[in-house]
Design a protein around this ligand. Structure first.
Ligand SMILES: Nc1ncnc2c1ncn2[C@@H]1O[C@H](COP(=O)(O)OP(=O)(O)OP(=O)(O)O)[C@@H](O)[C@H]1O
Ligand SMILES: [Mg+2]
Length: 509
């Protein structure tokens, strides 16, 4: 309690009354404006109880100071005598209640009520802040996803043609050097777009049922190398940890991003702690955390003893391109990727930090019911990538179509190329030989790739289908998960990736 009062006896009376109500008040008594400002800055208060008028200070002035400081705690006036006008005036100005010293019995109920209401206000404000934050991330995500989508097409063309050009010139030719630079720049740009897609939750994930303990254990050596000798690594893995559904590769990426950030925050050494635990989030937790459904979760907490963050930084850390690191040191995409990936897995992430006191990132992923099994990962074996089959290629973007046609022809395939669905149907009807594969964009003007595949199916029942897209459109991907049996190639792709995927789909069952 911050007691604004010139009389020590009255203060003791007031404290005794609070103790009688079961409180254990810690207090400080002040009687000037300067002392009040200093007190508000110095520590956190739950409540202000203020005399109405003092020789050097008034309740009105005290109220103004509290408002200026934007600290939202109850302000109760306790006065020897107060006129009705003055009381109404004080309430209008924002005081929460006023009590006459002669009627101290009213104090306890008033304090209890005001503390309760302040807690409700605080919780509501926290929820509102979280919602606003989520909405902001949502719209930034849409923007980033849109840009990344269009960029993917362009990068596919740039990187693809650079690669084709490189194969045409001798490595000694100066042109080879130039093309190599273009190719490298395009690859770097593709890496950035990949992270942006991850942030906007549009990456294609291959979900498996996994144990986070196994992932953390598997990363142990790599993490130690990453954080260096000055940082101690401690892992506290709960035995009997529940399993979660996630893309193991992406989860490793998440842990790595968090570990790199932690290392950067501890240039003089410190401690990195990875902890896993089963937790049950109840209704009460859900009520105070936006978009959380109550239920069983698996917690992964990553803590460091580094520099920590102040409130301003905390408000922005998950935004793409937000970084406090010097130019060239960070792109500000690490945590954006982490955020998008965790959301796409149906989980959520919170950060707790104070300047100079380290940071803790808490990731909650929904627990998977017993019995749900992980998909077996397929072993990849290297086979020749060439073939002589006939491929119907449908892509409305001329550059991408030209590139794919060229690459597939180079690998020996016979290619029928069309820019839209209608044209593809016509080509398929005219072609006399067998048609082995439909390689199609997903979103095209007129007919979608999905629709085209369905229309072709009756006349070409054995036709295999491979979709390609810059992002995971709803047409083939629901909530980031590929439908059973759908083959998909993410743009931008390299000529080799295209050839490999085409071969794999043609050879697949
Ligand atoms: N553990 C941490 N301790 C202190 N500050 C952190 C921590 N993690 C993140 N930050 C702050 O959040 C900012 C954003 O982090 P983020 O990982 O998104 O980008 P970055 O690390 O700056 O760049 P990038 O990860 O793309 O290389 C950082 O620049 C840093 O200021
Ligand atoms: Mg980072």
């Amino acid at each position: 309690v911050l007691v604004v009062e010139d009389n020590e006896d009255d203060t003791q009376l007031l404290l005794r009354e609070l103790r009688r109500g079961g409180f254990e008040p810690v207090h400080s008594r002040i009687e000037t404006a300067e002392a009040m400002r200093a007190a508000l800055e110095g520590r956190e208060w739950d409540l202000v109880i203020c005399d109405y008028s003092m020789p050097r200070f008034t309740a009105r002035e005290a109220l103004n100071i509290l408002k200026e400081s934007q600290i939202e705690i109850p302000f109760i006036i306790l006065s020897g005598s107060i006129t009705e006008e003055a009381a109404v005036e004080a309430l209008r100005a924002g005081a929460h209640d006023f009590i006459v010293k002669g009627n101290l019995a009213r104090l306890l109920p008033a304090v209890e009520r005001e503390l309760r209401e302040a807690e409700t206000r605080r919780a509501r404000k926290q929820l509102e802040d979280q919602l606003r934050q989520a909405q902001k991330m949502e719209s930034v995500g849409r923007l980033a996803g849109g840009i990344a989508h269009d960029f993917n097409n362009l990068l596919t063309i740039i990187a693809g043609y650079s690669q084709l050009g490189l194969e045409l010139v001798s490595p000694k030719d100066p042109v080879a050097g130039h093309l190599g630079e273009i190719k490298r720049a395009a690859d770097r740009a593709a890496e950035l777009t990949r992270q942006l897609l991850a942030f906007s939750r549009r990456q294609v994930l291959s979900f498996q049922v996994i144990n986070l303990n196994a992932i953390v254990t598997g990363m142990d050596r790599m993490l130690r190398r990453l954080i260096g000798e000055d940082v101690e690594l401690e892992t506290r893995l709960a035995p009997g940890l529940g399993r979660v559904k996630a893309d193991p590769g992406q989860i490793e990426q998440v842990i790595m991003n968090l570990a790199i950030n932690a290392r950067d925050a501890m240039p003089w050494g410190g401690k990195l702690t990875l902890e896993t635990r089963n937790v049950e989030l109840d209704e009460k937790y859900a009520a105070s955390h936006a978009s959380v459904k109550p239920g069983p979760y698996v917690l992964l907490a990553v803590s460091d003893s580094g520099a920590g963050m102040d409130k301003e930084v905390l408000e922005h850390i998950f935004e793409p391109f937000f970084t406090t690191k010097e130019q060239g040191k960070g792109t500000g995409l690490g945590l954006a990727m982490v955020y998008g990936t965790i959301k796409q897995c149906g989980g959520f992430i919170w950060v707790y930090s104070e300047k100079g006191k380290g940071a803790t990132f808490k990731i909650y992923l929904p627990l998977v019911e017993e019995g749900e099994e992980g998909e077996a990962t397929q072993a990849v074996e290297e086979r020749p990538l060439t073939g002589t089959e006939t491929i119907l290629l449908v892509e409305d973007e001329t550059g991408v179509r030209g590139l794919a046609e060229q690459v597939l022809a180079d690998y020996g395939y016979r290619v029928l190329a069309a820019s839209r669905g209608e044209e593809a149907l016509r080509l398929a009807a005219q072609s006399d030989g067998p048609l082995h594969l439909l390689l199609t964009d997903v979103v095209m003007p007129g007919m979608s790739g999905r629709e085209l595949a369905e229309r072709l199916h009756p006349s070409k029942p054995g036709l295999k289908v491979l979709y390609m897209s810059g992002y995971t459109d709803e047409a083939i991907v629901r909530h980031g998960v590929l439908e059973e049996g759908v083959e998909f190639l993410q743009k931008p792709f390299t000529p080799q990736a295209l050839a490999r995927k085409v071969r794999q789909v043609l050879d697949g069952g």
